[in-house]
Design a protein around this ligand. Structure first.
Ligand SMILES: [Zn+2]
Length: 249
């Protein structure tokens, strides 16, 4: 509580000082909004104790930066887990790592955000092959896909920004059955991705191993039946990981 009050006091001082400087105002006016307006723009700085739909939108985008072994509770409540995820995101992108989501953090997210709210290096289309039928799911399925893709964006950055390719994402029941998916597969909800390296710099095992630090609850890779040729990652809220032939697993 005390810490929160102090933070707000400093923010207020910064705002007052900023308002006095013409140069600062100019910078603010010309700051790149990137893709902010097409998808989502945050109306305020967010910190521990905040709650609301803007916190939810933030949690979706930093869910791949929770500490290893955790799955982000996308609940609109900015607590210790969101603070840790924002701090890790800030460190990864060279920002001041204070766990408070302000203009610099949002600018970085805007630069990673496409107009349709998918992350920059992945698309809904590539996660909707669905046995050639394209996306046939619900809005909830698409939201799950968005949440999985933002974690994949974090994973990609953690792996050194090398491309990752999605070989399967959302699948309807018929498609899922035809490819031998489990009857309760997370692919049916849109929240699962099968990933393979997009170049020679990564391996399926390195993807599966790093996914443990990218907010994925489900991870299945080499050693798990039928998963030697891809790393399956999904947004289930419990931890179920198996890629046990990978060195260092
Ligand atoms: Zn899969």
């Amino acid at each position: 509580m005390r810490r929160s009050t102090l933070t707000h006091a400093f923010a207020a001082v910064a705002l007052v000082l900023g308002g006095l400087g013409v140069a600062t105002a100019t910078v603010t006016a010309t700051a790149p909004a990137a893709h902010a307006d097409e998808c989502y723009s945050w109306p305020r700085t967010l910190a521990s104790g905040a709650s609301g739909s803007d916190v939810t939108e933030l949690q979706v985008r930093v869910a791949g930066w929770v500490p290893r072994g955790q799955v982000m509770a996308v609940d609109g409540s900015y607590g210790a887990q969101t603070t840790a995820a924002v701090t890790n995101f800030q460190k990864a992108y060279g920002l001041t790592a204070d766990g408070v989501a302000g203009p610099a953090t949002f600018s970085t997210i805007y630069a990673l955000q496409d107009p349709d709210c998918s992350p920059a290096h992945f698309s809904y289309a590539e996660a909707s092959e669905n046995c050639g039928k394209g996306f046939t799911g619900t809005a909830a399925n698409r939201e799950n896909m968005k949440r999985a893709l933002w974690r994949a964006e974090a994973l990609r950055h953690q792996l050194g920004d090398h491309p990752l390719r999605v070989t399967s994402g959302f699948r309807d029941a018929a498609c899922n059955a035809s490819v031998g998916g489990a009857s309760n597969s997370v692919h049916l909800s849109g929240g699962a991705l099968d990933l393979v390296p997009g170049d020679g710099a990564t391996s399926i095992c390195s993807i599966a191993k790093q996914a443990r630090s990218a907010g994925f609850g489900g991870i299945f890779g080499p050693g798990y039946p039928a998963h030697d040729d891809h790393a399956h990652v999904d947004i289930r809220t419990t931890i179920t990981w198996d890629a046990d032939v990978c060195a260092g697993w």
